[in-house]
Design a protein around this ligand. Structure first.
Ligand SMILES: [Zn+2]
Ligand SMILES: [Zn+2]
Length: 154
């Protein structure tokens, strides 16, 4: 049961879990909140069940069921894990978002997730497309923060 909008994990063969997605920061106060950040750009999300990373767009978002509308979503955190792209110069990052109910992701957990993750068709800031298998990403070279599109970041 989700009282939030959700996306279905694109690892449909093995997983297909519903990924909870809170309203983006600047959309919550409007009468008709938009499901996705204003820029409309795709975002990479990591699924907490299967740890596969795919690119998602606003078209992948499913609205919450009617009965659940209006419930608070403050206990859902969208963490942003940034890793090195490794292609092209200068060095730049790939942002991977993790949406989680309960407690926010910690550094150790984030490192472990990236090490275990598999990416498919993930796009970096410079537009490169990346794919990787389990244990191919260096878990120690990550940066963890709250995603500014979903949270106020100091
Ligand atoms: Zn999944
Ligand atoms: Zn790149």
């Amino acid at each position: 049961m989700f009282c939030l909008q959700t996306m279905f994990c694109k690892n449909t063969g093995e997983c297909g879990r519903q990924i909870p997605l809170p309203w983006p920061m600047h959309q919550r106060i409007s009468a008709f909140p938009q499901p996705w950040p204003k820029d409309g750009k795709p975002r990479n999300f990591l699924c907490r069940r299967c740890t596969h990373v795919y690119e998602y767009t606003s078209g992948d978002v499913h609205p919450p069921s009617d009965a659940a509308l209006g419930k608070p979503d403050s206990d859902v955190f969208v963490s942003r894990i940034s890793i090195q792209c490794g292609q092209g110069k200068p060095a730049h990052l790939v942002h991977i978002l993790v949406s989680e109910c309960g407690t926010p992701l910690q550094q150790e957990g984030a490192s472990q997730l990236i090490g275990e993750s598999e990416g498919q068709g993930v796009t970096c800031q410079a537009g490169h497309t990346l794919s990787w298998r389990r244990n191919q990403r260096q878990a120690e070279k990550i940066r963890l923060s709250f995603d500014p599109d979903w949270h106020t970041v100091q």
